[in-house]
Design a protein around this ligand. Structure first.
Ligand code: IMP
Ligand code: MG
Length: 416
């Protein structure tokens, strides 16, 4: 039993999003019953249109049912009766939603772009549903409130993994547009450096563009911050600095709960994590070096070699389990994650990073905050925790982030 459990857990559960898998299962039924793989394309175009319309209608109905279940879940959470939520019974791992999700409209939008209901051989996929959930979230934000703060992960979300945000990056004019609209922006990254010039090296394309922009007022320029090391180092935009950023002392932004994080606990947790990482490095013969920092410890490959995914995941799960089972792991939040070609353990996590940005900008609500990131699996992924503090969008590449920001702009314009 134990072995079976371990295999199931370690190989499957953490690599699946339960809500997305569940919706995928619901849509699989009309796909199986209505798709007509035997109809020939050329001769039956009219018949195909009817089949597609029929399939579309059934998918859309299911999306509306899910939308209503989510509304019911929100209602029960607000009434402090989470146990009565039907959605919670169906998908036990489901968390909180800070706005309604307009899934049916979102599905109509994505179906026009991805031709989901015209497909006869390929069922609605993980990506179809992930993107539909993103669209539904944007509509939820725009229709029920407004978007006052957008926080962005760095690697994979704004630029390719391990690369920098260079001046030609198409996300730059979109972020400038957000600032010009008076929205606040936080880059909430795991990359943990204590000094501002290191962030300038990674983000100079964007920071220079903000600096040089003649369209932005000083107040709007002050609307961008960088939170490094998940929730450990805050920097504000500073026109007077060559590196465009100033370190903000912790006393100015730490949340009350964070002031209770003790230095000796931080050291103890990092010692424990470092030990586990070293054990993995030896046991799995990782071609990696261990890097200990003030608020993090990690293993990264030497000489740019690639470590395979299985070994990275094994390392994350070992470290996470080790720290989770310790007394200090219960006292202090931490985040162990697979960074694509490295594994890091950080003190705190992005829920604290996003909350600190909300507080820094005078208390922005979770339902008016959107965190955009690429790592939303439940273990070994660091954007996942942001779901505790804000609404989220799960993207898979920097190009998708750009598309999402344009979709948001269009949704805002059409609602006003
Ligand atoms: P993110 O995608 O912006 O959250 O950045 C994650 C990447 O930052 C990791 O994969 C590491 O390569 C890098 N990194 C640099 N310093 C740190 C640190 O102190 N903690 C975690 N990740 C770090
Ligand atoms: Mg990332």
């Amino acid at each position: 039993m134990t072995t079976r459990y371990r295999v199931e857990y370690a190989l499957k559960t953490h690599r699946r999003d339960q809500l997305i898998e569940w919706i995928k299962g619901l849509l699989a039924v009309p796909f199986v019953l209505h798709s007509q793989p035997t109809v020939i394309y050329q001769n039956h175009s009219e018949g195909l249109q009817t089949i597609a319309a029929d399939t579309h209608q059934r998918y859309a109905e299911i999306m509306l049912d899910v939308e209503n279940l989510i509304a019911d879940h929100i209602h029960h959470e607000a009434a402090s009766l989470p146990g009565k939520s039907k959605l919670k019974l169906l998908v036990p791992s489901v968390g909180s939603f800070f706005t309604a999700l307009h899934l049916q409209d979102a599905f109509n939008y994505q179906d026009e772009r991805r031709f989901i209901s015209r497909r006869r051989f390929v069922a609605p996929s993980f990506n179809d549903i992930r993107l539909t959930l993103n669209s539904a979230q944007l509509l939820g934000l725009v229709r029920t409130s407004s978007v006052e703060l957008l926080t962005f992960d760095g690697d994979v979300t704004l630029y390719d993994d391990g690369k920098n945000l260079t001046p030609s990056n198409p996300v730059i004019p979109r972020i400038l547009r957000l600032l010009q609209q008076g929205r606040k922006v936080g880059i909430v990254t795991a990359a943990g450096y204590e000094d501002a010039p290191k962030y300038y090296e990674r983000l100079y394309g964007l920071l220079d563009a903000v600096f040089e922009s003649g369209d932005l007022s000083s107040e709007q320029k002050a609307g961008i911050v960088v939170m490094g090391g998940e929730s450990n180092f805050l920097f504000r935009f500073d026109e007077s600095k060559d590196c465009r950023l100033s370190y903000v002392p912790r006393e100015e932004w730490l949340l009350d709960e964070m002031t209770a994080w003790r230095e000796d606990d931080i050291k103890e947790l990092l010692d424990l994590a470092e030990n586990a990482l070293r054990t993995c490095k030896d046991a799995l013969n990782l071609p990696a070096a261990v890097l200990r920092k003030d608020r993090a410890v990690g293993v990264y490959p030497v000489n740019g070699v690639r470590i395979n995914r299985e070994l990275l995941e094994e390392t994350v799960l070992v470290v996470q389990n080790t720290v989770e089972r310790s007394a200090v792991g219960a006292r202090l939040p931490f985040c162990a994650f697979n960074g694509g070609n490295d594994v890091f353990v950080d003190i705190g996590d992005k829920s604290w990073g996003v909350r600190a940005c909300q507080r820094y900008f005078n208390g922005i609500d979770p339902g008016k905050t959107l965190h955009i990131g690429d790592q939303f699996l439940s273990a070994g992924a660091n954007d996942f925790k942001a779901r505790l503090a804000s609404t989220t969008a799960w993207i898979a590449s920097p190009a998708e982030t750009v598309d999402l920001l344009d979709e948001l702009e269009a949704a805002v314009n059409s609602s006003s």
